[in-house]
Design a binder for this molecule. Structure first.
Ligand SMILES: C[S@@+](CC[C@H](N)C(=O)[O-])C[C@H]1O[C@@H](n2cnc3c(N)ncnc32)[C@H](O)[C@@H]1O
Length: 188
């Protein structure tokens, strides 16, 4: 992962930060075997996921090596929870959370940078996998990959710090549209 892909700069997080989103994750993907927290900061989101999905393997990715080192030293779950600073060869996931990552409070965030990062995440989601986005600079439907997903739920929120509207949603990687595109040979 290179720094030109960095989106949100702040690594602010806390234990059990978004219980309702994790509750929805459990309802929508109860049997998730491999779960990715993209932009996991110092690991709290991964630890909450590990509690919620006791059978699953949890991987946390963050562009900040410093955060990853802290996450590793905070990890009390053993080898079931892993941390990396690059999504690279970590495999594919049934559930991906991307919470408070795909936006920037401090500077304008270019569409291309946002789209490249989503493309990268997309390569790591299994068919029928669920992508959960909370607070995104742009509407997911504008992403290059959006055609491969079914919208399960989407909404907007106002961030209290800058009163700007951001996008949120849950999206399922859709077998059917993906298959159709393979048939049309758009995906080889
Ligand atoms: C505000 S924290 C969110 C932490 C956690 N997801 C939460 O909601 O509590 C945002 C994190 O996203 C990370 N981040 C930003 N751009 C990233 C990228 N392209 N790839 C991976 N992590 C990224 C930052 O380093 C930071 O730790």
């Amino acid at each position: 992962m290179t720094w030109d892909k960095q989106l949100q700069l702040s690594n602010m997080t806390c234990p059990n930060r978004f219980p309702r989103i994790l509750e929805s994750a459990k309802k929508l993907k109860p049997d998730a075997k491999r779960i990715l927290s993209f932009g996991c900061s110092i690991g709290e989101e991964c630890f909450s996921l590990a509690d919620k999905f006791p059978e699953a393997e949890i991987v946390g990715i963050d562009i900040s090596h410093y955060s990853i080192q802290r996450a590793r030293s905070n990890n009390k779950y053993g080898s079931r929870v892993n941390f990396h600073d690059y999504i690279g060869a970590t495999g594919k996931y049934d559930l991906v959370t991307c919470l408070m990552v795909l936006f920037s409070l401090d500077r304008p965030l270019e569409f291309e940078r946002w789209d490249i990062v989503l493309n990268e995440i997309h390569q790591h989601i299994n068919l029928d996998g669920l992508l959960m986005i909370f607070t995104s600079e742009y509407d997911f439907l504008r992403a290059e990959i959006a055609n491969d997903y079914e919208v399960i739920r989407s909404w907007t929120r106002i961030h209290p710090k800058n009163e700007k509207e951001y996008f949120c949603g849950y999206y399922k990687k859709n077998n059917e549209s993906y298959k159709k595109r393979i048939e049309r040979r758009e995906i080889l």
